[in-house]
Design a binder for this molecule. Structure first.
Ligand SMILES: [Zn+2]
Length: 255
């Protein structure tokens, strides 16, 4: 009976952290904004009450519309809160208490932030990726995967994407990957080590190509339109930490 309480508490803390992540995303996107868009209605400019700022619940209760002017509320706020709540609940359930769950949840928050920031604004803020590399490396000493695997992940992650960026720049004479992607993969490598970092990269390339191809085939976008790679790196890293160890075992057994 008591067993379900910790995951519920984890989910509630996750929802609150999600609200904070939303504020961070708004700050990065509209730097210098005095009030974050999350606390003011974008339709009528009315300040939202404390009750209306409750994660997810308000969005569902109001049917995704403002109480006074009926303008549609962007679903991103509720989605980020629900996603962070789910991440916290699943993380707690899967890893249990210890340094590893702290490391994984910190990585999860950074990934959710970068996923949305790259999707909405095509930006991967240094304020997340650079401290992320340091924190990931620090955690590697006591939460795994060990400092050498973590350092390997940082160096190899940055090197691989720098090489890909240089090749694509020479072949297509255009900027494909940005330095933000390079720092983001280095951050992922710092947290999960070089093996799972490579799994994350392969998964990002797979999902990026699949979705890019689907968009071209359905005529939603042209060939020249760049999909934000950081969004797919976040997706790839999420797959790597959940299914990665199984995938690595399977690949090694293949040889
Ligand atoms: Zn309104």
């Amino acid at each position: 009976m008591i067993g379900f309480i910790p995951p519920v508490v984890a989910a509630l803390s996750g929802a609150l952290v999600g609200t904070f992540l939303n504020t961070c995303i708004d700050r990065f996107a509209h730097s210098g904004a005095i009030v974050s868009p999350a606390s003011v209605c974008q339709g009528c400019g009315r300040r939202l009450s404390k009750l209306e700022k409750l994660p997810v619940v308000t969005y569902v209760a109001l049917g995704g519309r403002c109480r006074t002017c009926d303008v549609a509320i962007p679903p991103r706020y509720a989605i980020v809160e629900a996603l962070t709540a789910t991440t916290f609940a699943l993380g707690w359930w899967y890893y249990g208490p210890g340094p590893l769950v702290a490391s994984r949840l910190l990585l999860g928050c950074a990934l959710i932030l970068l996923f949305v920031a790259d999707l909405e604004d095509h930006r991967l803020p240094n304020a997340i990726t650079l401290p992320g590399i340091v924190v990931g490396f620090a955690f590697s000493f006591f939460a795994g995967p060990g400092w050498s695997a973590s350092l390997g992940g940082i160096v190899l992650g940055a090197a691989v994407l720098l090489l890909v960026a240089e090749i694509s720049r020479r072949l297509r004479r255009e900027e494909g990957l940005g330095m933000g992607d390079v720092k983001m993969l280095a951050m992922i490598g710092a947290f999960v080590g070089w093996r799972l970092m490579l799994v994350a990269l392969v998964m990002a390339l797979f999902s990026g190509s699949a979705i890019g191809l689907a968009l071209i085939v359905t005529g939603r976008t042209g060939r020249q339109h760049m999909l934000p790679f950081g969004t797919f790196l976040a997706l790839g890293a999420a797959i790597a930490v959940t299914a990665g160890p199984t995938l690595v075992d399977w690949y090694v057994a293949l040889w």
